[in-house]
Design a protein around this ligand. Structure first.
Ligand SMILES: C[S@@+](CC[C@H](N)C(=O)[O-])C[C@H]1O[C@@H](n2cnc3c(N)ncnc32)[C@H](O)[C@@H]1O
Length: 278
């Protein structure tokens, strides 16, 4: 584009619609948010009393929600001892108010690649925001297939890189966030699912939706952007107080959310079942 073309387009043509365009952009697109995972789970036909595994359960919030919303017996597993401790503490704090849920949920140490559950014993595998971290993705999916009961379903939520992510941005961000680069390519992840004997029943590409949702409901994206700007402007201020490692993690975490908001990262939801069963 010549300089004259640019001046004409920006200051003549675009200027005429700019105000109307920005007003139109202020109208939300009704993005879906995290609640959609529960809506999806409720449509999978898993009956109350069935068993669920929350793989990489973190502090156990979703394990407890799966039990209280759907009446499932849920085991949450995670390799980080602090997560299991906090999850158990939260569960016992609920025991008096909600003994049914408290009895239905348990937490134990475990990894996706070696699931502490018997063959064909689980009706719902819930794996939210975990698989980017797993070094042997195919081993994890083989385990999903092994423990899945007849008629069982797998619900995976995971982040992927898009073509907007530049290689140097990925090289900087992914190791800081403990992500395995290959896992963040949809073709690689889908091949691991299929090789393990799982069928992809549904794949929902969320793009920037959860990022928009977070911004519209709590200003999360904008806050991360502002934090990234501060971290970049004055690294020493934060490194002196919290150390280099924590600085890198804080910046990586902010950029993760910003990249999702601008489409360099895109989350997806997969619903899977055993490939050899109708
Ligand atoms: C971003 S957190 C998500 C926690 C929770 N699923 C949620 O959605 O709130 C990622 C979790 O994955 C766990 N994780 C990391 N590597 C794992 C592995 N190999 N197997 C199972 N969980 C793992 C971490 O300990 C952490 O709790």
């Amino acid at each position: 584009m010549t300089n004259k073309d640019f001046l004409d387009r920006s200051y003549e043509v675009f200027a005429e619609v700019e105000e109307e365009f920005k007003g139109f952009l202020d109208e939300g697109l009704e993005p879906r948010g995290p609640e959609m995972l529960y809506e999806l789970a409720s449509g999978l036909g898993i009956r109350g009393g069935g068993s669920a595994l929350d793989i990489g359960c973190g502090e156990g919030r979703h394990s407890i929600a799966l039990a209280s919303r759907f009446g499932l017996r849920v085991k949450g597993i995670d390799p980080v001892p602090r997560h299991i401790e906090l999850a158990r503490r939260d569960l016992s704090a609920r025991a008096q108010a909600d003994p049914g849920v408290s009895d239905a949920v348990s937490f134990e140490s475990g990894r996706a690649e070696a699931i502490p559950a018997g063959d064909a014993s689980v009706d719902l595998i819930w794996c939210r925001d975990v698989l980017v971290h797993v070094e042997e993705l195919s081993a994890a999916y083989a385990e999903f297939r092994r423990v899945l009961a007849p008629g069982g379903r797998v619900l995976v939520y995971q982040m992927f890189c898009t073509e907007l992510m530049e290689p140097r941005e990925a090289d900087r961000l992914l190791p800081t966030m403990g992500c395995v680069e290959a896992n963040m390519r949809p073709d690689y992840a889908e091949a691991a699912m299929r090789t393990a004997g799982l069928r992809i029943d549904e794949c929902i590409v969320l793009g920037t939706e959860w990022g928009q949702y977070g911004q519209e409901h709590s200003g999360k994206g904008g806050r991360n952007l502002l934090h990234a700007a501060r971290l970049i402007q004055n690294p020493d201020r934060y490194i002196e107080r919290f150390g280099r490692e924590n600085y890198d993690i804080a910046l990586g975490d902010c950029l993760w959310h910003v990249y999702r908001l601008i489409g360099k990262l895109s989350d997806r939801v997969y619903v899977l079942s055993a490939a050899d069963r109708a």
